[in-house]
Write a protein that binds this ligand. Structure first.
Ligand SMILES: C[S@@+](CC[C@H](N)C(=O)[O-])C[C@H]1O[C@@H](n2cnc3c(N)ncnc32)[C@H](O)[C@@H]1O
Length: 199
């Protein structure tokens, strides 16, 4: 178990209806976070789309996805390495939830791989390289690209338990790839980033 995983181990889910016991993670914002991520997915109604989520938590994002893409040819697979969340999500929803980390995601299967609230906690040591490793892996494994969110250093007041990216540095990390990058900033401290592969 790595340091980041240990950090999530401390979270107690007992009687929780959501992810609100995750430090600094406000469930009431989850809805708009997912909406922003879904807005960044280019969906062509004529073509099927396969999506993979890293870190589904309670599975609430799957629920929102099902409503948003109702009746459309969109498939969902989720990975979360926390057993409690696996149990919670599978109890609540009938999505394809799997227990595993980014390393378990199959190669070349999903159009987009996205993560909401996964690169946000400031607990593990050497966190930035670990986050970048995960994002790189997600990008390489996806067919089209990835969508992620996070907090950035432009924030006026920063909470110690949250991780703040230097956005320019993060963008530079992907300059070695032939990709197109879209960054949407929100509330002065949060960003949503879509990284799409060029063909
Ligand atoms: C703050 S919660 C966010 C949950 C949900 N995405 C949301 O926005 O409501 C982060 C979730 O990501 C999972 N997670 C973090 N890093 C992960 C990794 N490398 N592989 C799999 N799951 C991960 C945690 O177990 C936790 O359930």
């Amino acid at each position: 178990m790595d340091a980041n995983q240990q950090c999530y181990r401390k979270i107690i889910i007992e009687n929780s209806n959501d992810n609100s016991k995750v430090n600094g993670w406000k469930h009431d914002r989850s809805k708009s976070r997912y909406r922003n991520v879904f807005d960044l997915i280019d969906f062509d109604p004529g073509n099927p789309l396969s999506l993979c989520e890293l870190g589904y938590g309670s599975g609430y994002g799957y629920h929102l996805l099902s409503k948003r893409f109702k009746g459309m040819e969109v498939t969902y697979t989720g990975y979360d390495y926390h057993e409690d969340y696996f149990n919670l999500a599978t109890k609540r929803y009938n999505g394809d939830f799997r227990l595993g980390s980014f390393k378990d995601i199959e190669d070349g299967v999903y159009d987009y791989i996205y993560a909401v609230g996964v690169f946000t906690l400031n607990r593990a040591s050497r966190l930035l390289p670990y986050f970048i490793e995960q994002m790189n892996s997600m990008l390489l494994k996806s067919k089209k690209g990835i969508i992620i969110n996070g907090f950035h250093k432009g924030a006026d007041c920063q909470e110690s338990q949250l991780f703040y990216f230097d956005l320019n540095n993060l963008i530079l990390c992907f300059s070695k790839y032939n990709v197109r990058l879209v960054v949407v900033e929100e509330h002065k401290h949060e960003f949503f980033m879509r990284i799409v592969k060029h063909y």
